[in-house]
Design a protein around this ligand. Structure first.
Ligand code: 13P
Length: 290
């Protein structure tokens, strides 16, 4: 069923946990994550990002995701991750997404805030919650099919891209958004070296900011730092690479050890089982004992 995103996030704030925001740009990924949430009876956020359009368009995916979300026994928030153009964002609204990230983080802060304020006013009238980003998110995600995850290169000194706590708070006051993605050592895709989150920066941001905080680039971050991030204010983790790649080795193994001809639906089953297992692991971890 579609859940009320405000209720879910308010509960996460109150009981000190975070929800999993997992991009599911294929049928198997969506089924795997929803089955994981159903089995754990815990809310989850599924969806896609504009960069996934090279693999399957929102026109193909969104009706399927919406239908699966509505039919699911789990409480589901349907989220657009990194919506970059208004045309795409409007499509997500038309397809019934209940949560939208409008990513204008490449713009100077005041321009970014002005665009988000205008958008949040419309979205709130439609009961949609809005996520924005301040500070750039470094990235190493580039898939073989050409889809990349936005942002600047994750190599070199990434501290220059970190979000400033006071700026995040000012941004939220100006724009009225519901969730803020912040940069404090997190990187989309593979980490170059050991991930090291700037927890004092996160704590300060949480103290100053009147909205829910989001961490992107969660794949590759150890459990201890994840728990610290929750204890210092993260209420949603965007976790994509870990689930999307959990299927790779089991599928390879299945194909190379099969005694008979391999049908595509067998690959789907193998991929789904592996993605579900990984989704269950992170949903439980982010639940933080709640
Ligand atoms: P990872 O793929 O690194 O987990 O990041 C996902 C993400 O932040 C999507 O916005």
């Amino acid at each position: 069923m579609l859940a009320d995103p405000r209720e879910v996030l308010a509960d996460a704030e109150k009981r000190n946990y975070a929800i999993a925001g997992i991009n599911t740009p294929t049928f198997d990924a969506a089924v795997a994550v929803l089955e994981a949430a159903e089995e754990l009876d815990w809310p989850v956020m599924i969806g896609l990002a504009e960069v996934h359009d090279v693999d399957a368009s929102i026109d193909m995916l969104a009706p399927m995701l919406h239908d699966l979300a509505v039919r699911s026994k789990a409480r589901v928030i349907l989220h657009l991750d990194h919506g970059e153009t208004m045309e795409y964002v409007m499509k997500a609204i038309r397809y019934g997404f209940t949560s939208i990230m409008y990513d204008c983080s490449h713009l100077p802060l005041d321009e970014n805030a002005a665009k988000l304020k205008e958008f949040a006013e419309i979205a709130h009238k439609l009961n949609i919650i809005v996520e924005a980003e301040v500070g750039l998110m470094p990235s190493t995600i580039v898939s073989n099919s050409g889809g990349g995850e936005g942002g600047v290169s994750a190599e070199g000194d990434i501290t220059q891209f970190f979000s400033d706590p006071a700026e995040v708070a000012r941004f939220v006051d100006l724009s009225g958004v519901d969730m803020m993605a912040i940069s404090f050592g997190n990187v989309h895709g593979d980490y170059v070296g050991e991930p090291k989150l700037d927890i004092p920066r996160l704590k300060r941001t949480h103290e100053l900011t009147k909205c829910h905080l989001v961490m992107h680039g969660t794949t590759g971050v150890d459990d201890a730092q994840i728990r610290q991030a929750i204890d210092n204010g993260i209420r949603k983790f965007n976790y994509f690479t870990g689930v999307a790649t959990a299927a790779t080795r089991p599928v390879l193994n299945y194909i190379t050890t099969a005694k008979n001809t391999v049908y595509v639906q067998e690959i789907s089953h193998t991929a789904r089982d592996a993605m579900k297992k990984e989704a269950m692991r992170v949903i439980q971890l982010f639940r933080n004992g709640a």
